[in-house]
Each structure stands twice: as C-alpha cells, then as structure tokens.
Write a protein that binds this ligand. Sequence first.
Ligand code: FAD
Length: 391
Amino acid sequence: MARRIDTYLQDLVAEEKFAFYEAVREFSDAEVAPHLLDWERKHLLVPDDCLAKMSELGLFGLPITTEYGGQGGDHTDLCLLGLALGYHSQSVAITPGAAISLGAKPLQLCGTDAQKKAHLPDLAAGKRMFVFGLSEPGRGSDAANPEVTAIKRGGNWVINGEKCWSTNARWASHVVVHALTNPTGPNGKRSTCFIVPMNAPGVFYQEMKGKKVWEQSSTGSIVFENVEVPADAILGAENDGFKVMVTTLNGGRLFIASLALASLAFALDKTRIYAEERVQFDNKPIGRFQRVQDVIVDMDIALERGLTWLMHCCKRFEAGTLSREQAAKVKVDCSRTASDLVQLAMEACGGVSCFDEFGLIRHHNDLFVTRVGEGSNFALKDLIVRPLRQP
Ligand SMILES: Cc1cc2nc3c(=O)[nH]c(=O)nc-3n(C[C@H](O)[C@H](O)[C@H](O)COP(=O)(O)OP(=O)(O)OC[C@H]3O[C@@H](n4cnc5c(N)ncnc54)[C@H](O)[C@@H]3O)c2cc1C
C-alpha cells in the first residue's frame, strides 16, 4: 500500500534523506509491525533483539559526528526516523529518539572534549545510553527549580533526591541529572547538570508501573541517595543547568511533533483504505459518505501542512535560528491536531476502532504523550504568548 506520507516527504526532503527514511521504514515494517501486537499483549518493553537491530542500523548514533563513530545525521534525519518508526509505534520510535534527542544531544551541545571522547563513541555504537533527568515527582512543568540537590563536598558533589518519567531508564548507562546547586541565585541560574553513571553507589532505578501509553517504552524513576560525583561530571557550566535542559528540549519538541505526525499518517492510511472496504447501506463503501470523507480530507491537509512546517523547523534548528516559541508551536499544533483527528478517524471507522489489532487505539493513546511530554501544551502556551503580548 502506498503511504500518503511518502508522497509529501519525497517532495520535502533531499533524495539521500528520503532513502534513509525508506530504509528505516522497511526496518519498521519487517521488524516492528509484525511483532507489535504480541509485545503489547504481553506488556513487553522493546525487546533486546529489536534494540540490537536498531543499533546495527546505526540509529542510536544518527546525529553523532563520524569523528566519534556516528552517522553524522542532522535534525531532519532524526525527525524522519520518528516518522518512519512512529508510523507503527511511537513507543518503539521514542527509544532511539529519546536516546538521541534527550540523551546524546546535551552532551553534543554542551559537553567538553573529554566528555565527548569518553561517551560519544559508545553512545554511537549503542553500547551506552544516556537518559534525561529533568522531571521529578514534585517538579513537572515547573522544572527550573529542582528538588533534587547537589552539594559540594571537597572537590566532589553529592546528589540527593528523585527523578521520574525518565524515558529509557531500563537500558540507561548514565543519567543527566538536573540538580539545585545555587538556591539563592537568580531564576534560571540555580541548577547544574551532572552526568551520573546508573551503576554509581546510591543510584536506584525502578520501572514506573501501570503506564497505559507508550507501552513498549521504558519509563523509570531514579532515586539518588548521597551519590558522589567528581567536578568533571558537570555538563555545561556550573549553575547553567536549566540552559542545558532548555537547549536540549528545543530539538526534542521537534521529534515529538514527528511522532504526532507519524500517528496521523498511519490513521490517514488506515481510515482511507478501510472506508473503501467497509460497506453499509446498499453494499456501498462508507467512503462515499461526506462526513467520513471530511475526516479523511482533514487528516490529509493536516499531514501535508504539519510535515512542511516541521521540515522547515528542522532546517532552522540546524541553522541555529529556531526560537523556543517556534519549536513549542509546531509541537503544540501537531500533537493537538493529530489527537483530535485520530479521535475522529476512530469514529469514522466505527466499532472496529476499539480493537488493538486495528491499530488506531494505540495511536490515540500514544498521542496523549505528545500533548503532555517535553512540556505540556498548556504550559508551552505561556512561551508562545510572550511575543504576542508585546505592543
Ligand atoms: C511517557 C512520558 C515520558 C516522559 N519522559 C521524560 C523524560 O525522559 N525525562 C524527563 O525529564 N521528563 C519526562 N517526562 C515528563 C514530562 O516532561 C512531564 O510530564 C511534563 O513536563 C509535564 O509535567 P507533569 O506531568 O508533572 O504535569 P504538571 O506540571 O503537574 O502539569 C499538569 C497540568 O497542569 C497544567 N499546567 C501546568 N503548568 C501550566 C502552565 N504554566 N500554564 C498552564 N497550564 C499549566 C497543564 O494542563 C499540565 O498538563 C515524560 C512524561 C511522560 C508522560
């Protein structure tokens, strides 16, 4: 079946980028789609052999420069990966996606040469994985002032507290911990990021149980009890931790937008094909009803518009000209529009949409994360409104 999304991407990206997208799409069709239902019904995280195959494909090293053994890809490639893998499963896509956009990215953007040499080759080879330790049980949207603390002791730092919602925690070798270091400093200058090995004494990980979205993705809580790290574990500058996190999130939000569009692309194909197969009243396809057509056409318009906007934002991200507001806007719009339309697509298809094997319910549930993750849409509107309030 020809995918509608391919028509648009072929026009929007260069030939070699489309070839990369096709390679990941083929992997996803062969290695993810046939097993997904089984993984879901058994409540499995992404299995080790699938992780190993993604690693062989070089997906974990996608944006890492060739100097460190990576693929030297850019943000367009990252979002193409999100679109290709997310078409079947957001939770499979977020596994390399978060490892890259939230794990390796802060190191690439803010790490010292020594830190890059120490970690990037293994991250590129899929032998290590970093996770992003921003959120805490008491600090979600209000992340600038963490409750996790780091206190100087001699030449070292001692970290205490808990991070949660850490994507990929199950497979992590290190966590980048955002910790309070300067409680009386000005806003945005109170915290520091530290690279902490998951096997350091005093680090305890637990998978968060009961999550009914992104079911194949690992989501962990990580507790730190008097964890001592040296001064060279600091990522970026001391008391500049929030800047490290925020810089990282700009790119991460584009990836989240790609997942929302991947779900929309799946729903569009599923609905338009089903609408021609399913017959009602005089043995004629439901695709002849204008209200069903409306849903299909609206999905098609939203997909083309979202992809065009996202690819534009990726170029600006690479050029260093993408503002926080722009990254927030594309994430808010793609996630909200895709969520609304996938819900309508389920209604257009009828009762069959309730079944896991039909696929729409998975995307419907996973789209919730795109609205709340990496900054909830409600909170991100605080950013978006700022320039609008200037005279
Ligand atoms: C599956 C999943 C994976 C995640 N992975 C990671 C990860 O890898 N690393 C990480 O650090 N975090 C991760 N997160 C956490 C995510 O970034 C937070 O959920 C998000 O920042 C919102 O925080 P919260 O859930 O605590 O909501 P809260 O901050 O409690 O907000 C609840 C709701 O209140 C409203 N609200 C809050 N603030 C405002 C505001 N300023 N204006 C208007 N309304 C507001 C919004 O409706 C918001 O949705 C993940 C979350 C999920 C669900």
